[in-house]
Design a protein around this ligand. Structure first.
Ligand SMILES: *Cc1c(COP(=O)(O)O)cnc(C)c1O
Length: 314
């Protein structure tokens, strides 16, 4: 088996830390055939006081929410799930990393009805740099409006961070990459701006920030929520708005938000430059404040950071 480039030593599997290579599933697992998994993406940052996980409880609460939507019984409480994350980071000797809690329907029984498939829970962590490319955070990225729409209300629940939803994301991402763009922005079924394949979106115009409401088939992003709070702290007005597609083209600035993408400026859409065609001042101010809080350079007034206990030295 080839190990991923970011492979770490240990993976948390239902309460035990197992070697990376041993965290395997059977091909008859329900999840392999029917996409029945839910997951989270979290980052830990290096701070002057050691590693710290950004908004851990909110992420694990959303993990529980995703499980609830799909009637997936989790064996662990919120506190236990949070402890699993910090334990896994400590066990791997990391202070900054990406963390992927995952729950899957396993077993070996076929058929759509998932209720007999046992649920297995994992926490995996690895090192992951800038998700949308090396220079993306400073230079910005070139994106397209996808021909694929986000799932309509009443079809796939977009509030759940579920494996199956990512088939839609993959179509958008492959189309964008195939056409030479870094990412695609999807519209909702009514034609309003929704989000990227794994990122929420903000538009800046005349110093006001706009972002799509939950009703535009978005995932309720925790970075999105942090950006709303930070923007208001910095004195900007923030509005949720059902945005027509052309609102993107007349923006002063646009940026993506997400745990993986952090805050990534968008410099063009379908070859049309956004604002000055580079990272704008509002994006930069929010990016800097966000990273300063996450890395402990600014006071954590909202309790967003959970310290990672250092490994005990023997
Ligand atoms: C995870 C995800 C995001 C970003 O959410 P964060 O909580 O900020 O990481 C945005 N859109 C989709 C579709 C996602 O799956």
């Amino acid at each position: 088996m080839s190990r991923g480039s970011g492979a770490t030593d240990l993976i948390w599997r239902d309460g035990k830390l197992v070697p990376w290579d041993d965290a395997q599933l059977h091909v008859m697992s329900h999840v392999v055939h029917y996409g029945s998994s839910i997951f989270e993406g979290i980052r830990a940052y290096k701070t002057p006081a050691g590693g710290a996980v950004f908004r851990l409880r909110e992420h694990m609460r959303r993990f529980q929410d995703s499980a609830k939507i799909y009637r997936m019984p989790l064996k662990y409480s919120l506190d236990e799930l949070c402890a699993a994350v910090t334990d896994t980071i400590t066990a791997n000797g990391l202070d900054h990393c990406y963390i992927r809690p995952l729950a899957v329907r396993a077993g070996q029984e076929m058929g759509v009805l998932p209720t007999n498939a046992p649920v297995e829970t994992f926490v995996i962590c690895w090192r992951w740099g800038a998700y949308l490319g090396h220079d993306a955070l400073e230079e910005g990225v070139d994106v397209t409006v996808s021909s694929w729409r986000r799932a309509a209300p009443g079809t796939f629940p977009t509030m759940a961070k579920a494996g199956g939803n990512y088939l839609n994301s993959q179509l958008s991402k492959m189309e964008a990459r195939g056409d030479g763009y870094v990412e695609g922005i999807m519209l909702d079924v009514h034609g309003h701006v929704s989000e990227g394949s794994g990122e929420n979106l903000f538009v800046v115009r005349d110093g006001v920030l706009y972002t799509a409401p939950l009703s535009a088939s978005i995932l309720n992003g925790i970075t999105r929520d942090a950006v709303v709070a930070i923007a208001r702290d910095l004195g900007y007005e923030v509005k949720e708005l059902l945005m027509p597609r052309e609102f993107l083209l007349i923006a002063d600035e646009i940026f993506f938000t997400g745990t993986a993408a952090e805050i990534t400026p968008v410099r063009s859409i379908d070859k049309s430059p956004i604002g000055a065609g580079k990272r704008g001042p509002v994006t930069k101010a929010i990016q800097e404040r966000f990273l300063a809080i996450a890395t402990g350079q600014q006071p954590d007034t909202r309790g967003w950071l959970t310290p990672v206990p250092p490994a005990k030295r023997s």
